[in-house]
Design a binder for this molecule. Structure first.
Ligand code: KG4
Ligand code: ZN
Length: 394
């Protein structure tokens, strides 16, 4: 049994999770979420129509300590130090050095460690990429500071591996599925197809050449003066349009639909949308719905088509969908329908809706599987890597 504290700050969610888990992949794996705290900055970034890196960094620095307290409190792991005891052994000077670049964080970390006991944890997992580097650094430096003060080993986690693993678990255990697993990872920063022939082995077979799928949703929303994040708004407009039976007169070209590879491209689609938006200004609510519908159809069509093609070619027995865009119910249902229509069966694993977008549980789970393999890294070797790839060498 192991207790993992996980920290996620790659984008605009600040999240901390306290997880207890035991066993390894397969049937003997079990986990319990002891504490899970998250603050989404989405509404703060809305005015910029996307994530503003310096604002994200500042907000992470402000919220990490309160979220840590909350997660530990939920897990009954927040214990006050005896106030009559002097502060022995707290190396404040080193802490100042470690957090020299995070003054706002330092200001909160010092009273926190002076007030509370070291929690009973075996490792600290932290996202080291991919993501926005200034945002990633806050979480990494926080993890390093805690690791140093509490003498706990650090496990750097790839955010995308977190999304993959989040879809593989459910209600405290591992879902049953077979390899090869094909993962369609669709988020605000990524669109990729990854093949896993076994546990924790990842081969990239395709990726976006420009915008990510989520980014396309966000940009299209912005073109229509709809709030950030665009995914949920666009998809609910598209759903309304489907319900109302809006005729499919407007059609966008699903980009790279028939290319021979497994790559994607969404920036041309965004340009097509822009032209339609400009030709129809000012946009009526009905026009917005029609555009949202045509856009979502085009995105879903190309994502589903390439995924199914890869499932066939690599004989995948399982399809994992992960990342924020996996919250999209239309994409999920189209994929499920197409998978069901094949001769060979393949299971579809999607994350539970609460854990489709960024969170720290996914980092805790991936961190746990690395921790039991002793994939610890010395603090000085961990750094933020904005474009970190999910790829293992063969
Ligand atoms: O994984 P995530 O939370 O953060 C990143 O790692 O990027 O993904 C966020 C992205 C945003 O672009 C957001 O618009 C998109 O996921 N998203 C959706 C939906 N919910 C969130 N896109 C389409 N449909 C949705 N329902
Ligand atoms: Zn993500």
């Amino acid at each position: 049994m192991m207790k993992i504290l996980a920290i996620e700050t790659s984008c605009d969610e600040t999240a901390v999770c306290l997880l207890e888990a035991h066993g390894d992949f397969g049937s003997d794996f079990a986990y319990k979420v002891l504490g899970n705290a998250l603050f989404s900055q989405a509404s703060l970034h809305a005015q910029y129509g996307g994530v503003f890196p310096n604002l994200a960094k500042r907000e992470h620095a402000k919220n990490l300590v309160p979220l840590l307290e909350e997660a530990l409190r939920q897990g009954s792991a927040l214990q006050q130090k005896d106030p009559s005891e002097p502060l022995q052994g707290v190396p404040l000077e080193s802490l100042h050095t470690l957090l020299a670049r995070e003054p706002e964080l330092l200001e909160k970390v010092i009273p926190f460690i002076e007030t509370f006991e070291r929690p009973d944890i075996d490792a600290i997992a932290v996202t080291h990429g991919p993501g926005l580097e200034p945002a990633l650094w806050v979480g990494i430096n926080f993890a390093k500071a805690l690791s140093y003060i509490w003498n706990v080993p650090l496990v750097p986690v790839n955010h995308m591996e977190g999304h993959v693993m989040m879809s593989m678990v459910e209600n405290g255990s591992m879902r049953s599925f077979e390899f090869p697993v094909l993962s369609l990872l669709i988020s605000g920063g990524h669109t990729e197809l990854i093949l896993s022939r076994e546990w924790m082995q990842y081969e990239r077979i395709g990726e976006t050449r420009d915008d990510a799928a989520g980014e396309a949703f966000d940009k299209v929303a912005r073109l229509m003066d709809l709030p950030y994040p665009g995914g949920p708004v666009i998809s609910s407009l598209a759903a309304e349009a489907r319900l109302q039976g809006v005729p499919l007169e407007l059609k966008f070209t699903p980009p790279m639909l028939n290319s021979k590879d497994y790559d994607f491209s969404f920036s041309g689609l965004k340009t097509e949308v822009r032209k339609v938006v400009e030709a129809n200004k000012p946009l009526t609510d009905d026009k917005k719905k029609e555009i949202a519908l045509a856009f979502e159809n085009a995105v879903a069509q190309v994502l589903v088509h390439k995924t199914i093609k890869a499932v066939d070619e690599f004989d995948a027995h399982t399809v994992v969908v992960g990342g924020g865009v996996s919250a999209n119910t239309f994409i999920r249902s189209e994929l499920a329908a197409k998978l069901a229509g094949r001769d060979a069966s393949a299971a579809l694993l999607v994350p539970s809706p609460d854990f489709a977008t960024d969170n720290a549980l996914m980092i805790a789970i991936a961190g746990y599987f690395h921790a039991i393999r002793k994939d610890f890294s010395p603090a000085e070797t961990i750094s933020a890597t904005g474009n970190l790839r999910l790829e293992t060498s063969a």
